[in-house]
Design a protein around this ligand. Structure first.
Ligand code: PAF
Length: 280
C-alpha cells in the first residue's frame, strides 16, 4: 500500500494507476477506522481497480464547541486496516496541506443541509461539502463511497455533485451494526461501558417504529413521539431530533410510506449519535 501526505505525490500515483487503465475509487474518512469503514472499502474494491482512502479530521466541519480535539485518532491501526483491506493508496494530509492559512472559498449546499443535523450543527455541512469537493478535485475518482448511516451527508454530496457537475458517481453503502444493533461509529468508543450498553435503545426504537408501520401505523407524528419517549426513558439520553423524511428530498412527511427514512440524533453526555432506518 502506498501512503502519502502530499497532493502532488497523490496525483502522481493516481495518474500512474489511470495510465495503466485502472479505475479509481475514493473513500473519504476521518480515520478511527472500524468495520463500517471496512465495508465501504469492500464496496469500493468491488466497483473499481484502485482504491484511495483519505484520512483527514476536517477542522472545518466541527463547531467551536464540538469534539474536534477529542475526536479519536488511531493512525497506526488505521494504516494496518487499510493494508489488510486491499486499499491501494492511503492519503493522510496535514491541515496545512488542505487549507492555506488565508483560505477563503467554501462550498455550501443551501437546501438539504438546513434541517436535521444541519439545524443543530451550524456550518457542519459547509465544512463537509468544502472538504469533499477538495478531495474530489485532488483525487478525481470515478466513484466515491459514503455510508448510509450519514444519510443527510450522502444526500447533500449527491446534490453537490449534481449541481456542480462533478464527474464522480456517488455510491451509498448500507449501515453496519454491532450484534446488538448499535450503528458502528467512531464516536461509540467515547461511550462508557454502561452508556454503550444502553445505546442499543436508539436502534431498538427505530425497529419498534418499523414494526408499528408493519402493523398499519401511518401517522408520522405518533411514530416520532414513540421513538423519542422510548429513547428518553434511558437516563442521560436526550433526542435532538426524531424525523420521518422523504429519502430523496429529506422533506418531513406526515404519513409514513415507502421511501421514507426514520432518522434520529441522540445526545448522551457529550457524545452525539445518529442513526436511521428506511421504510422499504
Ligand atoms: O463522514 C465523514 O467521516 C466525514 O464527514 C467526511 C465525509 C470524511 C468528510 O470529512
Amino acid at each position: 500500500m502506498i501512503q502519502v501526505a502530499g497532493i502532488d505525490e497523490l496525483r502522481h500515483h493516481v495518474a500512474t494507476a489511470r495510465n495503466a487503465g485502472q479505475t479509481v475509487a475514493l473513500v473519504p474518512t476521518m480515520g478511527c477506522l472500524h468495520r463500517g469503514h471496512r465495508s465501504l472499502f469492500a464496496v469500493a474494491r468491488r466497483q473499481s481497480d484502485f482504491v484511495v482512502v483519505s484520512i483527514f479530521v476536517n477542522p472545518l466541519q466541527f463547531g467551536p464547541t464540538e469534539d474536534f480535539d477529542r475526536y479519536p485518532r488511531t493512525p497506526e491501526d488505521d494504516a494496518a486496516i487499510c493494508r489488510k483491506e486491499g486499499v491501494a493508496l492511503l492519503f493522510s494530509p496535514e491541515p496545512e496541506t488542505m487549507y492555506a492559512p488565508d483560505h477563503s472559498v467554501v462550498v455550501e449546499e443551501t437546501s438539504l443541509s438546513r434541517g436535521l443535523c444541519g439545524a443543530h450543527r451550524s456550518g457542519h455541512f459547509r465544512g463537509v461539502t468544502t472538504v469533499v469537493a477538495k478531495l474530489f478535485n485532488i483525487v478525481q475518482p470515478d466513484i466515491a463511497v459514503f455510508g448510509q448511516k450519514d444519510a443527510q451527508q450522502t444526500a447533500i454530496i449527491r446534490r453537490m455533485v449534481r449541481d456542480l457537475n462533478i464527474p464522480v458517481r456517488i455510491v451509498a453503502a448500507p449501515t453496519i451494526r454491532e450484534s446488538d444493533g448499535l450503528a458502528l461509529s467512531s464516536r461509540n468508543r467515547l461511550l462508557d461501558h454502561d452508556t454503550r450498553r444502553r445505546a442499543t435503545v436508539i436502534h431498538h426504537s427505530l425497529c419498534a417504529a418499523l414494526e408499528s408501520y408493519r402493523r398499519g401505523e401511518r401517522d408520522a407524528g405518533r411514530i416520532r413521539r414513540d421513538i423519542v419517549s422510548r429513547i428518553e426513558e434511558q437516563p442521560s439520553f436526550s433526542v435532538e431530533y426524531a424525523a420521518a423524511i422523504d429519502a430523496g428530498t429529506l422533506e418531513p412527511v406526515s404519513r409514513l410510506r415507502s421511501n421514507v427514512l426514520l432518522a434520529v440524533a441522540v445526545r448522551t453526555g457529550n457524545v452525539r449519535l445518529i442513526d436511521n432506518v428506511s421504510i422499504a
